[in-house]
Write a new protein. Sequence first.
Length: 122
Amino acid sequence: MQRPVRINGNSGVGRHQRGFSLAEVLIATLLFSVSLLGLLQYHQVLLQGLQRQWQYRQAWSLAHQQLERLAAGSDADDVLAPGWRREVWQSAVDGVCRQITVRVDTPQRQHAQLGRWYCGDD
């Protein structure tokens, strides 16, 4: 004779349940959250480093462009983005040569400085 099977009953279910307890789930969630926050902070630091490198490279490029313009005899300046600053110094040496120095400052207080000497008919 077969015994009827109880579908909605509670007989013997409590002892043989499988799964995670609430405490285990909360601890796992906490560990996951802390790990995710660490990764997000690392990502932010990487992005800041990339931005700093890009600005530094851009500063060198702008300084070089300004020197080339001055060598060609043009005094026209490009409009710089907010936070950027450019300074140009020219000094005559021995009446024959002149030295031109260009300094570009980035918004993050980095600077690139290039100089060039022009002598004779250059």
